[in-house]
Design a protein around this ligand. Structure first.
Ligand code: MN
Ligand code: MN
Length: 457
């Protein structure tokens, strides 16, 4: 078996320190940002601390201007105008900050007096193996908007004194009704009902549900119908952790795609006086197909770019916008699968990315005959090889699984449609879309270095 070089081999002391700084920062970020809104809040805080200003309120942009644009608190752009302005196009790194989870339905709360409980109805978000989400500590995150215009932010289940929520699976002693099910149907969608309470109130009807409504009213001032004007979801509770006896990995929720979001953000804020204008974009809704106002299929990119042109030059026309987009370069920074040690059969072992061998450059996505994916032109791959060599980035090429075994797409196509050069590149991940996923610290560092190299080029 071919042995692939790992990033760990031959690390200089300064590189080791940088690697530690990235993985420490990432652990902290993962603990604070489990939803897209929380990620946007985290980034906006960091940006304003560093003197970045709101692009919409800016009068003019000049080389060196540092700005951000926050779209409905769920999607974010941040940029720095380069010394060359936009002459050589934009250098963009785009990731997504939503991760698979269990959303609450608009009418989530129901009473089940037969079992002395109240429960929540959920609708899973993104591609999950549903059986992985039972018997796992879950936290309730999100925002509730009342008719009075109040916004109540919730995060229940993260501090040690908070309660967590559990969807109990059937005990093995009585699981005959599950034995004929296929693995993926071990738990069905409508069985993903976390138990929300088990103490009765003093009403005759719906005494468990009514007790919960009383608590919600007292604690948060909300009524039952407020739960419909809410973005609430259940995510795995607790902090990300170092993993492995050598602490070489990080186990946590949401590496897809917060590993890319965080490392591109770190590279971006560590960038000094870029030659060309750089943008980092953080999108919502990727896990459900990128549609929607906060997804990459919206006109967010065009809006940001036209604002930049307008404020940089004092004028703007559509031709200028389309020609700027056409000469821009993009890394669609999204994770890829690391070869699974116990399921090697799912991969073309010759072309699979390895844990610890660095950022995976994915020339094309899609499934079967490359269907539905985006493919980078070879010239652009060569350009990346040149800059990765220039900045000593350790990287690997990889594909997602065996041909005809499955596949997937990313937001790359939403850039490709403007005629931009775009390629996927991100960290290898094991257990992708599971409540707890695994990445290598070495790969996080490699991503950081690769994104920094791209923005410097
Ligand atoms: Mn992803
Ligand atoms: Mn995903």
């Amino acid at each position: 078996m071919t042995s692939f070089k790992t990033v760990w081999e031959g690390l200089a002391t300064s590189e080791e320190n940088e690697l530690k700084s990235i993985s420490d920062g990432y652990l902290r970020f993962l603990g604070l940002a489990k939803t897209e809104s929380e990620a946007v809040d985290f980034f906006v805080n960091e940006l304003t601390d560093r003197g970045f200003f709101d692009l919409e309120s800016a009068d003019r942009l000049v080389p060196g201007s540092k700005f951000y644009l926050n779209h409905i608190g769920r999607t974010l752009a941040a940029g720095i105008i380069g010394k060359n302005g936009v002459k050589n196009g934009l250098y963009i790194i785009a990731s997504h900050i939503d991760s698979p989870r269990l959303d609450l339905k608009p009418k989530p709360l129901y009473d089940d007096s037969e079992t002395n409980t109240s429960l929540l109805k959920t609708n899973y978000y993104g591609g999950v193996k549903k059986y992985q989400w039972v018997n796992h500590p879950l936290a309730l995150h999100g925002k509730i908007f009342t008719k009075e215009g109040n916004c109540i932010k919730l995060s229940i289940g993260e501090s040690d004194s908070d309660p967590i929520f559990i969807i109990p699976d059937l005990l093995p002693h009585l699981a005959k009704m599950q034995t004929d099910r296929k693995l993926f149907d071990g738990i069905n969608a409508e069985e993903l009902n976390p138990i929300f309470s088990s103490m009765p109130g003093d009403t005759k009807e719906d005494k468990f549900k009514n007790h919960v409504l009383k608590i919600l009213k007292e604690r948060y001032g909300i009524e039952e119908e407020d739960l419909a004007s809410a973005d609430l979801c259940l995510v795995p509770a607790g902090k990300a952790r170092e993993s492995g006896i050598d602490s070489s990995m990080i186990a946590g929720y949401g590496h897809d795609d917060k590993a890319s979001a965080y490392t591109s953000f770190r590279a971006f804020i560590d960038l000094n006086d870029p030659e060309d204008t750089v943008l980092v974009l953080f999108f919502d809704k990727e896990e459900i197909g990128s549609q929607g106002t906060s997804g990459s299929q919206s006109n967010f990119l065009e809006f940001v770019t036209s604002l930049i042109l307008h404020k940089l030059q004092g004028r703007y026309d559509h031709f200028e916008l389309t020609s700027l987009l056409r000469r821009s370069n993009v890394i669609s920074s999204d994770v890829n699968a690391a070869m699974d040690p116990s399921f090697k059969g799912a991969h073309d072992t010759y072309n699979a990315g390895r844990l610890g061998s660095g950022i995976i450059v994915t020339k094309y996505t899609g499934s079967g005959g490359k269907y539905g994916g985006s493919e980078a032109p070879a010239e652009f791959v060569a350009f990346l090889r040149v800059i990765f060599q220039k900045y000593n980035v350790r990287y690997q090429f990889g594909t997602l699984g065996k041909v005809d075994e499955g596949g997937g797409g990313t937001i790359a196509q939403d850039f490709a449609r403007f005629g931009m050069n775009v390629i996927d590149a991100g960290s290898p991940v094991l257990g992708m879309h599971a409540p707890f996923e695994l990445v290598s610290k070495a790969d996080l560092w490699s991503c950081y270095r690769a994104y920094l190299a791209f923005m410097k080029h």
